[in-house]
Write a new protein. Structure first.
Length: 413
């Protein structure tokens, strides 16, 4: 057992311990407050809805801890347990080139992961989501989505993966710089293509009908200089009762998408307030800032991988006997989440800061009470807990917790 093995096992153990501790804090906070609706929400959310949200949150937390243990065991089996090494050795018996052996090994890993995740996804969808009235999908639609996703992944992923492995093997010491340029270009291309090529494979998108709501939205967009490729309504209710709205795409291919469930539950003023929040992300350049962060971290990560590939202890310490570009890529993708987990509070803080800024912008563009009303309805309809633990929220939540966010907006009235 070399030093990397000890460090890796220690990091995994500490990370799991922290996650279990945080989950226990969240569980305690929800249970402690489940009998009383917080004062800020008492007039809009009744006790039954509050307790439903508590039960839903607690069940997801309990299931999440089981998944955590399962995924940790699986990580250890893939690495120090030797499963990746066995898969690598088996792949080499095919007699293919290193590039196509690597593609086969990495695709096999992905296929095994998909199979192992299948029972988890089925239980989450047809047990938990079904129990609380959120699931609208059928088994047929579930598997249709899964097979479409696999097919799209193969059509797009295999050539891209082969290109990445070729660059890693052929571009010398600074291969990681070439890979970074290609990777980022591919990511931008997928962002541009997703709204019109990929998303319609899974959902139906209809243009928002002309009327008062569309006129309000157009006025909001025009006064903020936001050009889009259309305003669409997605058949989200076909799969789930959860509501949402989002921007998608890049450049001139941007789209505004509303779930049909969102339009059903909110008034026109509330929908416009929610959209104003999303426009706030655009006006405050949050999307550009996030892309820059992703590009920067990707470059650092690939440079680190470039160095680790040259260290034999990186492979032996994580259970792989022979060095190769594809084994290095596989190991890096497996173990890095265990190390980057400790950055979660920083990333969550940055995201919550952006959410506050977008809320501030929305409050300038529309009456803050409309956004408050919309948020309260969404908290209720989506069964979001109103009483999260502060540390749990600080570590994980990309959005401010409900009481904090509503209080922030109340101060704008």
């Amino acid at each position: 057992m070399n030093s990397l093995t000890v460090v890796f096992l220690s990091v995994v153990a500490i990370g799991v311990a922290i996650q279990i501790w945080l989950a226990q804090r969240q569980t305690h906070s929800i249970k402690t407050h489940q009998s009383t609706v917080p004062d800020a929400f008492a007039e809009k959310i009744n006790l039954d809805s509050h307790q439903k949200a508590a039960r839903y949150s607690l069940e997801k937390l309990g299931f999440g801890q089981k998944i955590l243990i399962f995924e940790t065991i699986l990580l250890l089996i893939w690495t120090v347990g030797g499963l990746l090494n066995w898969l690598d050795q088996t792949g080499q018996t095919l007699g293919w080139s290193q590039l196509w052996t690597g593609v086969a090994v990495l695709l096999s890993m992905s296929f095994v992961g998909t199979l192992l995740e299948l029972p988890i996804d089925l239980y989450r969808t047809f047990k938990i989501e079904e129990k609380y009235g959120f699931n609208h999908t059928s088994l047929g639609l579930f598997f249709s989505d899964m097979f479409k996703g696999l097919l799209v992944g193969l059509v797009i992923g295999v050539p891209f993966l082969a290109l990445i492995l070729w660059l890693m093997e052929s571009m010398g010491e600074f291969w990681w710089l070439y890979v970074w340029v290609v990777w980022m270009g591919f990511s931008l291309l997928m962002m541009w293509a997703y709204p019109t090529i990929i998303a319609p494979l899974f959902n139906k998108f209809e243009p928002l009908e002309d009327g008062e709501l569309k006129q309000q939205i157009v006025e909001l967009l025009e006064r903020n200089g936001f050009a889009s490729n259309g305003i669409f309504v997605m058949d989200g209710s076909k799969r789930s009762a959860h509501g949402n709205a989002y921007f998608t795409g890049l450049g001139s291919n941007k789209r505004i998408v509303f779930f049909d469930t969102l339009l059903r539950d909110l008034t026109n003023d509330e929908v416009v307030a929610v959209l104003a929040h999303e426009v706030g992300h655009f006006k405050r350049k949050h999307i550009q800032k996030r892309l820059i962060s992703i590009f920067a971290f990707s470059l650092i990560g690939l440079a680190l991988l470039g160095w680790l590939m040259q260290q034999s202890w990186f492979f032996t310490g994580l259970g792989v006997e022979e060095t190769s570009t594809y084994a290095a890529l596989a190991l890096f993708s497996l173990v890095m989440p265990a190390f980057t987990f400790f950055m979660s509070p920083i990333m969550s803080w940055a995201s919550r800061k952006h959410e506050f800024e977008a809320d501030d912008f929305a409050a300038e563009q529309s009456n803050p009470k409309h956004l408050i009303q919309a948020l309260v309805k969404l908290y209720k309809e989506n069964a979001n807990t109103l009483t999260p633990d502060a540390l749990y929220s600080a570590f994980y939540d990309s959005h401010p917790p409900a009481p904090v966010r509503v209080a922030h907006l109340m101060a704008k009235l």
